[in-house]
Design a protein around this ligand. Structure first.
Ligand code: ADP
Ligand code: MG
Length: 264
C-alpha cells in the first residue's frame, strides 16, 4: 500500500491561498522533495501532513487511513516523525543521554528520569546513534559538537519513534555546504535501509537534485511540476517560473559563493 497519499489538500489564510488542491503520493523508502520559492506553501503543506494545520479540504491518507485534521501527537503515534532542534536545556547533556531522554519520553517513563536514567534504554540509544554514525561521540556533551553532528543527533532522536514517514522542513538550514551534503546523504541512506519515506524541503538545489527520488515544484500554493530530478530539471515551466528566474539564480549563486568563502 502507498505510504502517503495526499489528495487535494487546500489551506487558505485570509486572502492567501497557501495550498491549492495539493496532490501527491510517497512510497516507503522514497525521498520526495518539495521545492519552490519563499511563500510557495511548502511549510503549509508539511504542517497539514504533520497535523500542525488542519486542511480546509482534502485528504491525507497514511497507509490508507485519513489523518487530515488529527492532532500532531496522534499523527506522530501513527508513525509520522519530524526532526526537532535539540532544546538549549539539553545541550549540556551528552549525546547518548539526549537519545535516552527521547526514548524515555516516548515511552511515558518520565517519572523514572531522575533515578535510573543513566542506564535506561542505553543500548537502544547507542544503536540509534550507530545508525547515524555518531556512536563514537556518544559521551560528548552536545554543546561541544560541530553543527552537522548536532543535526545527526537530531536525526537519531527523530528515528527513535521508528517513523514510517519522516517530515524534514529545511533540515539543513544554517549548515555549510559540505555538512549539508553529508546530512542529506545520511538521511537518504537511512531512508533506504529502514524503508522510511522522507518528505523534505531544501533551499540547496544541489542537495535536492542529488538526493531526491522525485521532486514536487510548488508555486503560489500549486504544484506546477512533479517527477524525477531529470524530468523536473528539463520542465520548461520549472525553468521559467523557478530555476530559470534570473533573480533566483543570482541569489543562489551569491549564497553559494558566500558559503564557500566562509568555508575556505
Ligand atoms: P514556504 O514554506 O513555501 O515558504 P509557507 O507555507 O510558509 O511557504 O507560506 C505560504 C503562504 O501562506 C505565504 O503567503 C505565507 O505568508 C502564508 N502563511 C503561512 N502561514 C500563515 C499563517 N499562519 N497565517 C497567515 N498566513 C500564513
Ligand atoms: Mg517554509
Amino acid at each position: 500500500m502507498t505510504l502517503l497519499e495526499v489528495k487535494g489538500i487546500t489551506k487558505r489564510f485570509g486572502g492567501v491561498l497557501a495550498a491549492d488542491s495539493v496532490t501527491f503520493s510517497l512510497e516507503s523508502g522514497e525521498m520526495l522533495a518539495i521545492i519552490g520559492p519563499n511563500g510557495a506553501g511548502k511549510s503549509t503543506t508539511f504542517n497539514m501532513v504533520g497535523g500542525q494545520l488542519r486542511p480546509d479540504s482534502g485528504q491525507v491518507l497514511l497507509g490508507g487511513e485519513d489523518i487530515a485534521g488529527e492532532p500532531p501527537r496522534v499523527i506522530w503515534r501513527k508513525g509520522v516523525g519530524r526532526t526537532f532542534q535539540i532544546a538549549q536545556t539539553f545541550m549540556s547533556m551528552n549525546v547518548v543521554e539526549n537519545v535516552q531522554m527521547a526514548l524515555i519520553s516516548l515511552r511515558g517513563q518520565t517519572r523514572s528520569l531522575f533515578s535510573r536514567a543513566s542506564a535506561l534504554h542505553r543500548d537502544e540509544a547507542l544503536a540509534l546513534l550507530d545508525s547515524v554514525g555518531m556512536a563514537d561521540l556518544a559521551g560528548r556533551p552536545v554543546s561541544e559538537l560541530a553543527y552537522g553532528d548536532v543535526k545527526r543527533v537530531e536525526l537519531a532522536i527523530a528515528l527513535a519513534s521508528k517513523p514510517r514517514l519522516l517530515l524534514m522542513d529545511e533540515p539543513t538550514a544554517g549548515m555549510a555546504p559540505k555538512e549539508r551534503a553529508a546530512l542529506m546523504q545520511l538521511t537518504a541512506d537511512v531512508a533506504r535501509r529502514e524503508q522510511i519515506g522522507v518528505l523534505f524541503t531544501e533551499h540547496d538545489m544541489d542537495a535536492v537534485f542529488a538526493h531526491a527520488n522525485r521532486i514536487l515544484v510548488l508555486v503560489r500554493g500549486r504544484i506546477i511540476a512533479a517527477g524525477t530530478p531529470e524530468a523536473v530539471r528539463a520542465n520548461p515551466d520549472v525553468k521559467r517560473v523557478y530555476l530559470g528566474e534570473s533573480g533566483v539564480k543570482a541569489a543562489l549563486a551569491a549564497r553559494r559563493q558566500k558559503h564557500e568563502a566562509g568555508l575556505a
